[in-house]
Design a protein around this ligand. Structure first.
Ligand code: HEM
Ligand code: HEM
Length: 228
């Protein structure tokens, strides 16, 4: 698999996030806002479009979690629940454990977001608006089932909103209490060297592979959405 050249070990900043992870992050933020406003205003074509883009991005991110750069991989950041609690406990004691990518608690947040968003998009595909719009797969189930799934689609969104609040509280906790600007890293891709464990050297998968995977995922999402 294409891996880019190693980083300069003396540089003041260490590259931790690749462009695909950062683009994925800010794209889902934009798509959630778009989906929300579109559903609220009854622009269901826009809602379908943003939901389809979300489906493509989720398929991409899950694949990138297997073949992508080291900090993007599930194998790198999904730890045991025990490790996550240990990490939170050490934070509570005022210790400053460092991680190049997601910390063990943040890793579970990523898993929760990916699961919630997958559930959001999947239920959306089977939902209807009670008027004339039907999700692309709604005809595969009975009208009653589609109605029940639509209500689940709404409930999952509240869980998503709650998770987003928690996520923002965590990000601001790091910024204000720990003086660690994680947002800057999610924007630029790099962290100051003193905030990265000594000797940590993330490996980056080449960007062309991300584009190729994204194109395939967009094709799959397009096929699902037009399969009615
Ligand atoms: C719709 C709202 C949001 C959702 C659903 C969301 C979701 C996520 C997800 C899934 C990740 C993991 C990225 C990956 O590995 O692919 C992440 C990381 C991150 N997000 Fe968000 N995010 C949202 C809004 C924001 C906002 C508004 C900010 C900044 C103020 C932010 C800051 C961050 C940061 C700093 C990380 C990296 C955390 C770390 O260092 O482990 N997020 N977010
Ligand atoms: C292809 C994917 C999707 C389809 C086909 C879809 C379809 C639908 C449908 C048919 C409704 C019912 C509208 C109504 O009752 O007037 C709905 C509502 C909604 N959807 Fe989606 N959706 C999708 C993805 C998403 C995504 C990704 C989000 C947000 C992350 C989202 C958030 C919402 C919200 C907030 C509502 C309003 C719920 C409520 O009023 O209780 N949807 N969607």
């Amino acid at each position: 698999m294409g891996v880019s050249d190693p980083q300069d070990v003396n540089a003041a900043r260490v590259r931790v996030w690749d462009a695909p992870v950062r683009l994925f992050h800010w794209a889902i933020v934009l798509l959630i806002v778009t989906s929300w406003i579109a559903a609220d205003q009854g622009y269901m074509r826009v809602h379908l479009w943003s939901g389809s883009a979300m489906l493509a991005l989720l398929l991409f991110r899950i694949t990138w979690g297997i073949v992508g750069s080291s900090t993007a991989r599930f194998g790198d950041f999904v730890r045991s629940p025990r490790a996550a609690f240990r990490y939170l406990y050490s934070l509570g004691r005022g210790e400053k454990p460092l991680h190049a990518g997601h910390n063990p608690a943040g890793g579970w947040m990523v898993v929760a977001f990916l699961a919630l968003l997958t559930a959001q998009v999947t239920t959306g595909l089977f939902s209807n608006d009670g008027l004339k719009f039907m999700g692309p797969l709604a005809l595969l189930v009975s009208a009653d089932t589609s109605d029940r799934i639509t209500s689940l689609h709404g409930t999952i969104f509240y869980c998503l909103l709650a998770s987003i609040w928690l996520h923002l509280v965590a990000v601001f906790f790091y910024l204000l209490v720990r003086r660690e600007n994680l947002v800057g890293a999610m924007l630029t891709g790099s962290k100051p060297r003193h905030l990265v464990p000594e000797g940590a050297a993330p490996r980056f998968t080449r960007a062309w592979l991300a584009w190729a995977i994204l194109a395939i995922c967009a094709g799959i999402a397009g096929w699902v959405v037009r399969s009615q």
